[in-house]
Design a protein around this ligand. Structure first.
Ligand SMILES: Cc1ncc(COP(=O)(O)O)c(C=O)c1O
Length: 448
């Protein structure tokens, strides 16, 4: 990339790579210091919802910073945090509306970390001290801190830290395209959901505190939604065993899939919902843990004091950004825009589907994935060394389109996909550019 600076004092994500310098953003575009314009087809990492460069967000943040930038949550609440908490609860599933609570963090990993500790303390408050394990799924991602990594099932991201991570149990993902049981939906009778029951049968369920899952698996699988019936079965199993249910909606929350929370697609009412990313559309680091009334009540009736905290939790400027983004989403009816815009994007991608190396185009709303396969009929993936997802990313970049590539789609090692999660304001013309760039990428990467 031509605009990279040659030496950097930053501990970059990859010290061998040269990064262009992002100078400004306009709508769905990022402009670098050479003036090159990139179409942000992945909203960076499914973060940007209202688009880049919306001046009223910056103005609102500056006004708040000038009024009061910071007050520690051990001593004060702030107006923007109070307002944003109430607004988020109002668009959450019904059970959160009356008596729900929100714990703001500075991102998704902190939200997962907070939820892990919150459920542990919940079981202390309710006099069930044997419960501590958080069961999760293989092929999932819940964040990069050690607690969040422990529950993540993303093989590649976990591997170097394996000695540091407790193993609480990972059950099968809900992933029909590469079903871990080699079954087909609906004849499978939701074998993947029943894997949780099987796990609880084999492991003492009285040690299990919660089950965490992504209703639509984002980074790890490339936009794979749960099939109908899955979340209901999971809920049933959790309730039967007295286990709390955590929906990780860090990527899918705040409208990304066409509903305020993806849980709403299936009438799912988790005990805890995590969100982040789109909550402030990238204008500030912000995440949130939504706590259902009965969980908060256990604390109120118990010690009342959650033994956890971050200096910057519920930061006034970050929550002001969240409110300003919320205002913008409402004023421009952007939640309503996601489903039709997602359909337009899907149409623009439809020409890819006939390509022999495109296994599946999938997703919900504006969270979509394209999986690449070596053999379309057997769904056999490419070997890891072929680096297909990264090659596709690079080729699409030649057309100035930014995508989010990942490997390990099938089993944590093999498999390639790219994730698309453009801002909710993406236009039909921009969807065409995305489709065209991917067509170009396919012909370039698979030309021989
Ligand atoms: C589902 C999910 N949970 C948690 C996280 C971690 O969020 P963050 O990177 O903001 O810490 C991510 C990030 O991609 C995510 O997709």
């Amino acid at each position: 990339m031509s605009t990279a600076i040659d030496s950097s004092s930053l501990f970059s994500r990859n010290l061998h790579k040269k990064y262009p310098v992002a100078l400004r953003g306009e709508g769905s575009w990022i402009v670098d210091s050479d003036g090159r314009r990139y179409l942000d087809a992945s909203g960076q990492a499914a973060v940007v919802s209202i688009g880049h460069g919306v001046h009223e967000i910056g103005r609102a943040m500056a006004e708040q910073a000038n009024r009061i930038a910071f007050a520690h949550t051990s001593q004060f609440h702030s107006e923007p945090a109070e307002a944003l908490a109430a607004r988020i609860l109002a668009i959450a599933p019904g059970t959160f509306h009356s008596g729900g609570r929100v714990y703001f963090t500075s991102g998704g990993s902190e939200a997962t970390e907070t939820a892990i500790k919150l459920v542990r303390q919940y079981f202390l408050e309710t006099k069930q001290p044997s419960r501590y394990r958080i069961v999760s799924r293989k092929q999932s991602y819940h964040g990069s801190t050690l607690g969040a990594m422990s529950v993540s099932g993303n093989v590649g991201r976990r591997a170097p830290y394996a000695p540091l991570l407790p193993e609480w149990g990972h059950v099968a993902p809900c992933f029909c395209y590469h079903c871990p049981f080699n079954k087909a939906y609906p004849e499978c009778n939701l074998a993947c959901a029943d894997d949780l029951e099987a796990f609880l049968h084999a492991n003492d369920p009285s040690t299990v505190a919660a089950f965490i899952f992504e209703p639509v698996v984002g980074a790890t699988l490339g936009a794979v939604p749960a099939v109908d019936g899955y979340t209901a079965r999971i809920t049933q199993i959790c309730r039967k065993h007295g286990i709390l249910l955590i929906a990780d909606e860090v990527m899918t929350g705040m409208g990304r899939t066409g509903k305020p929370f993806a849980s709403v697609h299936w009438g799912l009412e988790p005990d805890i919902i995590l969100t982040g990313k789109g909550i402030a559309s990238g204008y500030a680091p912000l995440g949130a843990v939504l706590v259902a009334p009965h969980v908060a009540e256990a604390f109120e009736k118990g010690t009342a004091a959650f033994l956890h905290g971050f200096t910057y939790q519920a930061h006034p400027v970050a929550t002001t950004a969240g409110n300003a983004v919320f205002d913008y989403l409402e004023a421009h009816k952007l939640f309503e825009r996601v489903t039709p815009a997602g359909e337009t994007l899907r149409k623009a991608l439809s020409a890819l589907e006939s390509h022999p190396q495109v296994g599946q185009v999938r997703g919900l709303g504006l969270l979509q994935g394209v999986e690449f396969v070596k053999n379309k009929s057997t769904r056999e993936p490419f070997p890891k060394e072929a680096g297909i997802a990264e090659k596709i990313r690079q080729a699409a970049l030649e057309k100035n389109v930014l995508t989010y590539p990942s490997q390990g789609t099938v089993d944590g090692t093999r498999g390639d996909h790219i994730l698309l999660a453009p801002p909710f304001i993406i236009t039909p013309q921009e969807c065409q550019l995305i489709g065209g760039a991917l067509q170009f990428a396919l012909s370039k990467v698979f030309s021989s």
